[in-house]
Design a protein around this ligand. Structure first.
Ligand code: AP5
Ligand code: ZN
Length: 213
């Protein structure tokens, strides 16, 4: 399967991805995670991406399209993939269609994590992550067994630099202006499944499974 996960910051894309990935043996391509790794390693890509990310704006289409173009060609992604956080602009969606056409493949489903903006601040400001594994926790909704510590490795958890109420406003603004048109782009192709992303994680998982069956 070739899937796209679209939704605002905190809507649950990164929470559902590992579950879908394991169930269908797909590779998980999260542009945000890849960019954060590049920023941490201070690579040329990371240096270019940092400013936009810190402010909650979007990184340039050319940079993210380049990352995805490279990633979807990898042998590990030939059986299928989950795109988490890409495409985020109509230009990115068009470029993706071109890349897939070259491979003779196409997108099977777009999962739209529909949710009211009002719920997102609490989700974002309470999030803690374990960068090496991508595991995500929440102080209230998904607390780790030991506060500030990853359940599996025992390593420390961190908070994302852009997970403040202030930067969230810009991220939501980018979502409404630049990413919502991408949902319409795929609606025209009849590929969109609507999820009720405000429900508890397990119920969202059940909706995902129904949409993919
Ligand atoms: P990115 O990393 O993609 O961030 P985002 O889109 O803002 O999404 P989040 O990761 O914040 O939310 P999520 O939906 O994954 O939520 P999660 O499941 O963790 O992008 C970051 C930046 O990179 C962008 O701002 C941009 O600068 C750049 N970028 C990335 N891709 C780009 C692109 N294609 N083009 C240009 N620039 C790009 O859940 C959040 C919290 O809520 C967690 O604590 C979780 O435990 C909890 N939670 C999850 N589900 C539930 C639930 N059902 N009920 C209760 N709590 C829940
Ligand atoms: Zn995420």
């Amino acid at each position: 399967k070739r899937l796209i996960l679209i939704g605002p910051p905190g809507s649950g894309k990164g929470t559902q991805s590992p579950i879908i990935k394991d169930e269908y043996c797909l590779c998980h391509l999260a542009t945000g995670d890849m960019l954060r790794a590049a920023v941490a390693a201070k690579t040329p890509l990371g240096i270019k991406a940092k400013e936009a990310m810190d402010k909650g704006g979007l990184v340039s289409d050319d940079l993210v399209v380049g990352i995805i173009d490279e990633a979807i060609k990898k042998p590990s992604c030939q059986k299928g993939f989950i795109l988490d956080g890409f495409p985020r602009t109509v230009v990115q969606a068009e470029k993706l269609d071109e890349m897939l056409a070259k491979q003779g493949t196409k997108i099977d489903k777009v999962l739209n994590f529909a949710i009211d903006d009002a719920i997102l601040e609490e989700r974002i400001t309470g999030r803690w992550i374990h960068p090496p594994s991508g595991r995500t926790y929440h102080t209230k909704f998904a607390p780790p067994k030991v506060p500030g510590t990853d359940d599996v490795s025992g390593e420390p958890l961190i908070q994302r630099k852009d997970d403040t109420a202030e930067v969230l406003k810009s991220r939501l603004d980018s979502f409404h202006r630049q990413t919502e048109p991408v949902i319409d782009y795929y609606k025209k192709k009849d590929l969109v499944a609507q999820l009720h992303a405000e429900k508890p994680p397990k119920e969202v998982t059940a909706e995902v499974q129904k949409a993919l069956s």
